[in-house]
Design a binder for this molecule. Structure first.
Ligand SMILES: Nc1ncnc2c1ncn2[C@@H]1O[C@H](COP(=O)(O)OP(=O)(O)O)[C@@H](O)[C@H]1O
Ligand SMILES: [Mg+2]
Length: 327
């Protein structure tokens, strides 16, 4: 497990050269007190708008920049103090990266990056075979990358990120600037990294839908602070956003209404009855999904459920609320 605790990063900006312009020093607190956990086989998302502190956080986790304070451990290895040791365990892929050699083939690129990571020749050949297979590039491995489609180039980036067989893989905005179809394809490979390859994946994104589709657990970062975290359903539940259950029934009497009201007395649950055009509906608005309870209650009165609809808030609504300080 990767555990980062209370990470902060302050950048010191020097402006002017002190000769013609007065030298000024400004501090920029990019990340504040961020704690993150990543389990193998899970995709963790760091979601936030531009400038929120995502890249700074992911670079600290990857051991590329040193935090101003805080600790990062991968099992019992200290990422900050034993920086060289961790090269074996992690890899970082940034969206829109240009570090692949276009004149070389996929095979040659991977041989090069494998050597940079000090992967032993014999192991490397096997590894290249496996990662090419993972990203479905085996058949095109001997074609120069410049002849690849955009999607193939992105898949090669993933293969590059796998060349040292890392336990944890960090993806910084992996679908940034990609066409919808290519982004979609890439997401299936990202999913595979966790589910099939059992890597711990940390993904940063400012696309809410991407986080919603991929992540097992989410951290929402804003102005360098984690302002909310949880699984998608936890976030939706905890952030005081209401779920609506709409149930159409065959009959509804005053006494049944009273019984239902008596059962759900919690003040956070709102129940409305609607009897229009012979259509009898119960509308339940609550923070939790009480579908089971209400169905049980209705069936105890022998009431037939004709139709049921659940309207859950989407993550976008939840986040807009959080970012607007509404929670
Ligand atoms: N090397 C740096 N020097 C000074 N400020 C920086 C540096 N890198 C990032 N920042 C600032 O820190 C904040 C967070 O940046 P970043 O982590 O890149 O955000 P994100 O990846 O979420 O867009 C921004 O205000 C950015 O301008
Ligand atoms: Mg960034």
């Amino acid at each position: 497990m990767l555990i980062a605790t209370n990470l902060s990063k302050e950048f010191i900006l020097k402006e002017g050269n002190g000769l013609f312009r007065k030298k000024t020093i400004k501090n920029k607190q990019a990340v504040n007190d961020v704690s993150i956990k990543i389990e193998p086989g899970k995709i963790v998302g760091l979601l936030g708008i531009n400038g929120a502190g995502k890249t700074t956080t992911i670079k600290m986790l990857a051991g590329l920049i040193e935090p101003t304070c805080g600790t990062i451990f991968i099992d019992d290895i200290d990422v900050i103090k034993e920086n060289k040791k961790i090269k074996k365990f992690i890899n970082l892929i940034s969206g829109g990266e240009r570090n692949i050699y276009w004149r070389l083939t996929a095979q040659e690129n991977l041989e090069y990056f494998g050597a940079l990571y000090g992967v032993e020749k014999k192991v490397l050949n096997e590894r290249i075979k496996a990662v090419l297979e993972t990203v479905a590039l085996t058949e095109s491995k001997d074609i120069p990358v410049e002849r690849y489609s955009k999607g193939m180039k992105q898949r090669l980036q993933i293969a590059r990120g796998l060349i040292n067989n890392p336990q944890y893989i960090f993806l910084d905005e992996p679908t940034l600037g990609l066409d919808i179809n290519i982004a979609k394809e890439l997401r299936t490979y990202v999913k595979k990294l966790a589910t099939v390859e059992k890597k711990g994946v940390l993904l940063t994104t400012h696309y809410i839908a991407e986080a919603e589709e991929l992540c097992d657990y989410l951290y929402i970062i804003d102005k360098g602070y984690i302002i909310a975290q949880g699984t998608l359903s936890e976030l939706k539940e905890n952030l005081a956003t209401k779920i609506q259950i709409l149930i159409t029934v065959d009959r509804l009497t005053e006494s049944i209404k009273n019984e239902i009201d008596a059962l759900f007395t919690n003040e956070l649950i709102e129940i409305l009855y609607d009897e229009e055009d012979n259509k009898k509906t119960i509308r339940m608005i609550a923070q939790k999904n009480y579908t089971c309870d209400i169905i049980k209650c209705l069936s105890s009165f022998d009431i037939l459920v004709l139709e049921m609809k659940l309207e859950e808030p989407n993550l976008e609504e939840v986040l807009l609320k959080v970012l607007a300080g509404g929670v």
